[in-house]
Write a protein that binds this ligand. Structure first.
Ligand code: OOG
Ligand code: NI
Length: 450
């Protein structure tokens, strides 16, 4: 019986991502509009362009089938237990913690990792990723607010008993579930990430947390870890952004990440302001008081090539230089500053490869010709993430956090302890793909070392 067979993690991940997408479409209609718009832009771009950047992506690294379903989401968790449980759930979906992101330099009492598939074949099937942040209570400067938040978090339970049972069942049989449990697993998982409009806190507690730091209310005052956005991938973010403005959507002022280039690298993103959503607060005697909350937003992204540590160093240095230029001259537009300064980052694939700035997958063609295809960047960027976060927190006074605690290496150790697992280095996954392709070519050409 097919229902007794184990379901592949890749297939379960796709079922999960599709279910999340259809739930979010119902919850946030803006998301449905974004999907429609991005699909149209991608179709036109693929049909009409002879642009080298599209050529690079068209060469198999980004199959159309992958592009159509490609999304990332984001959640914000409150406790180590929540993070550990999400980690266990993600493992069953073939998603593992990769990369550490410290958001404290941007004034957020949070740090993050990304759960995503690792192997080339899993990424090709569905690269679904979840940017997952964890609250750092030590970074909250308002002691009273911190206590209220921790109290609320200690009382909530964002996982159903059925979900925990299924996770344990899978773990007891090598991390896999029989097909008969797939639908139930997905349905129970949706409860963790769906929107619950009745707050888990009184209006007073909510206000206290919101005033201490806007992120605090979103993390601690609800009964679920609501997904706060789901992002489709566009092949042309400038065009998609233009279309959105034409439709009257309120886009963030500037695109995060590197400037537009002929050879796209890393990740360019822009978001659409959070909606003000009606919620209610429990009062005494079962009364409900109405209010509103702003947390969920729309986002689109354009992905380019993964850069090596050397390329990343150059990217970070240029970004800092551009920031300095903008600090010195307030009138200069961010896009202009970036474009000027990124002139120093080579912009053709040959130089990028020769200088070891980008990862490539090598394919051996007929007649011994080897083709180099840039590998897609599957991860996130801490500064971009901070920018997206900040622009979606809404107004409110500038937030203050206990910032002398900044130390990235120590932060990663704290997050790993909370996870109950180590976080993989993002570069290792690209390097593995690159090296495997080189070995494969060497074998085909008969020059492999024994
Ligand atoms: C996450 C913001 C970061 C991205 O794509 O970099 C992010 C959040 O707001 O929870 O989504
Ligand atoms: Ni995002």
């Amino acid at each position: 019986n097919d229902l007794d067979k184990f379901i592949e993690a890749d297939d379960l991940r796709t079922a999960f991502a599709l279910s999340l997408s259809s739930m979010y479409k119902k919850e946030v209609p803006l998301y449905g509009d974004l999907i429609r718009l991005v699909a149209a832009v991608n179709k036109e771009t693929l049909e009409t362009s002879s642009n080298p950047k599209i050529e690079a992506l068209r060469h198999g690294d980004v199959a159309k089938e992958r592009l159509d379903i490609e999304r990332h989401g984001a959640i914000r968790l409150g406790t180590p237990y929540e993070l550990r449980t999400v980690r266990r759930m993600c493992a069953i979906l073939g998603m593992y913690p990769i990369g550490y992101y410290d958001l404290s330099p941007a004034g957020l009492p949070m740090h993050a990792t990304c759960f995503r598939p690792k192997s080339k074949s899993a990424l090709m099937k569905n690269p679904f990723r979840i940017f997952t942040t964890l609250l750092r209570p030590d970074f909250i400067s308002d002691g009273e607010a911190k206590e209220v938040a921790l109290e609320l978090l200690s009382r909530r339970s964002i996982f159903s008993d059925e979900l925990i049972e299924l996770i344990e069942k899978a773990e007891g049989q090598g991390g896999k579930l029989q097909a008969r449990y797939a639908a139930q697993f997905v349905r129970e998982a949706m409860k963790t990430f769906g929107w619950r409009p009745v707050a888990a806190a009184s209006r007073e507690a909510y206000s206290k947390l919101r005033n201490a730091h806007p992120i605090l209310a979103d993390v601690a005052c609800f009964h679920s870890a609501h997904i706060n956005h789901l992002t489709p991938r566009t092949l042309d973010i400038s065009l998609a952004q233009q279309r959105m403005r034409d439709e009257g959507m309120a886009a963030k002022a500037s695109i995060e990440g590197p400037p537009a280039r002929s050879c796209p690298i890393l990740l360019r993103q822009t978001s659409f302001l959070a909606l003000e959503e009606p919620i209610s607060f429990p009062g005494s005697n079962g009364a409900l008081h109405s209010g509103s909350h702003k947390a969920r937003f729309g986002e689109i992204e354009e992905r380019g090539a993964a850069v090596t540590p050397k390329g990343r160093k150059l990217y970070d240095a240029l970004l800092e230089k551009a920031q300095q230029a903008m600090d010195e001259d307030g009138a200069i537009e961010p896009e202009k500053a970036l474009a000027n300064i990124f002139g120093e980052f080579p912009d053709n694939w040959t130089d990028l490869r020769r200088q070891g700035l980008v990862y490539f997958e090598y394919r051996c063609l007929k007649a011994g010709i080897v083709e180099a295809i840039p590998i897609t960047y599957e991860d996130f960027l801490p500064l971009s993430a901070a920018g997206i976060f900040q622009s979606n927190l809404g107004s409110g006074k500038p937030s203050s956090i206990q910032s002398e605690k900044r130390d990235s290496a120590a932060g990663q150790a704290v997050l790993e302890t909370a996870l109950g697992a180590t976080i993989a280095d993002m570069h290792a996954s690209y390097e593995d793909i690159q090296n495997a392709s080189l070995r494969n070519c060497a074998q085909k050409l008969g020059i492999a070392e024994e």
